[in-house]
Write a protein that binds this ligand. Structure first.
Ligand code: NAP
Length: 307
């Protein structure tokens, strides 16, 4: 353990990182190194640019270089499954890995901490999914983690509201063998049935990029007259902090949640898997906010992603 706040890289420092292509935009090094410094641990976290065709070689390289673990982001989240010895149940069912841990015997295990991050956002709002009716907007990567988190927590019904129902039906078929308690449905968000689905919802989650910078004014279709006032509206987008969807939801009297806690939460869960130490969540949140503020000053309309 080192002096709190100090960070010095030496010959004994343990390596962590985030693997993706491109990766220069990633804010994870800032968030994770802030947590490492606050915990006084002898680790360092760096960006690892790896092109798709080099994935397998990179994983072998990190393993034999005694890396303790790394995050995985676009475009490797699915393909990395084939490079791992062990895959935890959530990641195997979702079919995507965002965290890899390498133990002292070089055993390499994949996890998906997006599920944990999403559920932390619900807990912060004291929302218990058990027995609830949920509408997810979108059916892509984030929707997979959100859906699985809701299934794990015993939601009664989850409906994917989308522009492309055929694609969403494939997502439902993918999860169906693993789901017993939760009813999974799909609705075309341009169809009249969507109104009825919304009117029964306790929670509405946006997992589309609509509303993310630079598409500031975009939002998925929502009939605010149909959605009950008690329904929580959760947008997994974290920049801007209040998307148009969340602004309109707030104006219509809904409690709202953005994607910040999900993002910090998935990083905090990864940190704990690697180090065995619970990081200071608020230090990570503050580092993220500062980094976003800096970035927005430089490029006010820039779009960026994270992990
Ligand atoms: P993705 O895999 O590309 O999925 C995006 C989904 O949104 C798909 O269902 C897609 O529909 C739909 N969509 C995209 N553009 C649309 C449009 N113009 N109109 C209607 N539907 C549209 O993306 P993802 O990885 O799930 O990420 C989605 C968002 O979640 C991003 O904003 C990302 O930053 C955010 N996210 C946040 C966190 C966090 O920790 N807070 C974590 C992961 C992702 P089609 O299939 O029809 O194209």
């Amino acid at each position: 353990m080192k002096e709190e706040g100090a960070m010095q890289i030496t010959g004994t420092t343990k390596n962590l990182g985030v693997m993706g292509w491109p990766i220069a935009h990633s804010l994870s090094p800032i968030i994770q190194n802030a947590a490492i410094a606050a915990a006084g641990l002898d680790y360092v976290y760096m960006a690892l640019p790896v092109e798709p065709e080099d994935l397998e070689a990179a994983v072998i390289g990190l393993r034999v270089s005694h890396f303790r673990g790394f995050n995985v982001t676009i475009p490797h989240k699915q393909n990395i499954l084939h490079c791992l010895e062990e895959v935890d149940e959530d990641a195997a069912i979702i079919g995507a890995v965002n965290t890899v841990a390498i133990d002292e015997d070089f055993l390499i295990t994949g996890y998906n901490t997006d599920v944990t991050g999403f559920l932390m956002g619900l807990e912060e709002k004291a929302f218990d999914p058990r027995g609830k009716n949920v509408v997810i907007l979108g059916a892509g990567g984030a929707a997979h983690a959100v859906l699985w988190g809701l299934v794990k927590r015993g939601a009664a019904r989850v409906t994917l509201a989308v522009r492309n129902p055929e694609k969403a039906q494939k997502v439902v078929a993918h999860f169906a063998p693993h789901v017993t308690e939760t009813e999974l449905r799909v609705v075309d968000w341009t169809a009249s049935a969507y109104r009825g689905v919304l009117s029964a919802a306790d929670l509405l989650v946006n997992t589309t990029p609509l509303g993310m910078l630079p598409k500031l004014d975009g939002m998925p279709p929502v009939d605010w007259e149909a959605l009950r006032n008690e329904a929580l509206v959760y947008d997994v987008i974290y920049t801007p902090a209040e998307t148009r969807l969340l602004r309109e939801a707030r104006e219509h009297g809904h409690d709202i949640q953005n994607g910040e806690t999900m993002l910090v939460g998935q990083g905090a869960a990864s940190f704990e898997l690697w180090t065995g130490v619970k990081p200071d969540f608020e230090v990570m949140r503050k580092a993220l906010r500062q980094a976003l503020e800096e970035r927005n000053k430089k490029r006010p309309l820039a779009a960026f992603c994270i992990s």
